[in-house]
Design a protein around this ligand. Sequence first.
Ligand code: NAP
Length: 409
Amino acid sequence: MARALLQTAIPATGARCPARSARVSRVVRAAARRSSDSSDAALGRRDAVVGAGALLMLTTRVAPATAEDEAPDAAPEAPAVPKYGKPRVVITGSNSGIGFDAAKKLAKSGDWCVVLACRTVAKAEQAKASMRSEFPSIDPNDVQCYACDLGDMASIRRFAKDVTAEGPVDALCLNAGLEYSGDPTVYRTKDGFEETIGVNHLGHFLLANLLLPALESSEKLAHPRIVVTASEVHDPASAGGSVGKGATLGDLAGLERDGKNFEMVSGEPYDADKAYKDSKLCNMLFSYELERRLQASGSKVTVNAFGPGLITRTGLFRHQQPLFVKAFDLITNTFNVAESVDGGGNTLLYMLTDESLEGVGGAYYSNTISPGSSPTGHAFIVQESSEESKDATEARNLWRLSEKLVGLA
Ligand SMILES: NC(=O)c1ccc[n+]([C@@H]2O[C@H](COP(=O)([O-])OP(=O)(O)OC[C@H]3O[C@@H](n4cnc5c(N)ncnc54)[C@H](OP(=O)(O)O)[C@@H]3O)[C@@H](O)[C@H]2O)c1
C-alpha cells in the first residue's frame, strides 16, 4: 500500500506480544499515519495474563486420554501440530467491497491465511481468482474459500464446523452486511427472520458464538481479535444517522412479541432504512456485550467495532435506485464526503492488525470527515458511540433474545 490513508488519534501503546504485533501490523502500518496527541482513556485495555481456567466458560475441554482409554493396538494419533503457520482470519462478506479489499491486502502481505466466508463457495472462489489475478504473488494456500450464508443458520453451523475442522481460527471479522432502503418489501432469511437484522446481526451473532472456542484456543495470537463492521448510522446524532428515522430498538417489543416473525426489533411497522440503522445499533450493542462477557471470563479475545465511513462504490447500495446512487456517488465523491473502497478496506485492516489495539477491547472507531487528513479527507479515530449503544441492560436483553432466535438458548 503506497498511500498513507489513515490517520488515527490513538498513539501506539505497549503491545504484550511485540514480535507478533510487529509482523501482523506490517500490512496496515504502510497505510496508517498516526498522530500522537490523544489518549486511550476510552478504551478497555486488557493487560492481565489470561488464566487457563478462565477460558473454560467458552471452551469445550476434552479430558486427556489415560492409558486405560487407549486400545493397545490403536493407531498413533496425528500430532496436534497447528496446520497453519500464519494466523488464520475469517472474514465474512469478503467477495465484495471493503471485505474483499481487506482480504486481498492481507493475502498479499503473506502474513495471514485468509478465509473467505461468502454467501456461496462460488463467490469465494471468484474473489480468490480476482485477487490472484491482480496480485499473482498471492500464495493460493493463503486464501481459503467457504460458503457461509448468514441468512441460513444451517449454512453458518456447517461453516463453523468445517472451518474449525480444517484448522485454527485466530481472528474473526464480522463484516458482511446488506440494506434495502426505500423498499417496502419485508425480505426474510431461510429461517424466517427479517433479512437486514437476520444477516447483519443474528447471522453474525450465531457465527461469533460458534467460533469463540476456536478463537480462545488460538496459539498464534496473544489476543485474537473480533472486529465488527458497524456504521456511524447506528447513532441518530451522527450526520448519516440523522437522515430519516434514527436507530433505536425501543424496548425490543418486536423480538419479544413476534419471535422469529418480527419485522422491526422495536415492533414498529417495517421501514427498511431504519432496519439497516437498527442492525448497526445491534452490531454495537453486541460488540460491547460480548466484550463485557469476555472480560468477565478473563478471556484473551478482544472485540472492537468501527464505522468505515460512507463508501458509495461498494455493493452496499445495489438495491437502491441506480440513478439516485449515481448522483449520490458523484456529489459525495466530488466533495470528499465519501471514502474510497481502498480507504474503507484499510479501516478494517487497521482494526484487525494495528499494534495500538493489541489487547484492547470495547473500542469504537469511526472514519470521520477531516479535510486534508488523507487523499479522501478522512481521519480514522476513536469515537463515542451513541447513548443507546452503551445501554448494558438493552444489550443483555438483545443477547438473550438473539440466543433464543438462533437456537443457542
Ligand atoms: N458502504 C458504506 O457506505 C458502508 C458504511 C458503513 C458501514 N458499512 C458496512 O460495511 C460492511 C461491508 O459493506 P460494503 O460497503 O463493503 O458492501 P458490499 O460490497 O455490498 O459488501 C457486503 C458483503 O456482505 C455480503 N453478504 C450480504 N448478505 C450476505 C449473506 N446472507 N451471507 C453472506 N454474506 C452476505 C455480500 O455478499 P454478496 O455479494 O453475496 O451479496 C458482500 O460480500 C457492511 O457491514 C456494511 O453495513 C458500509
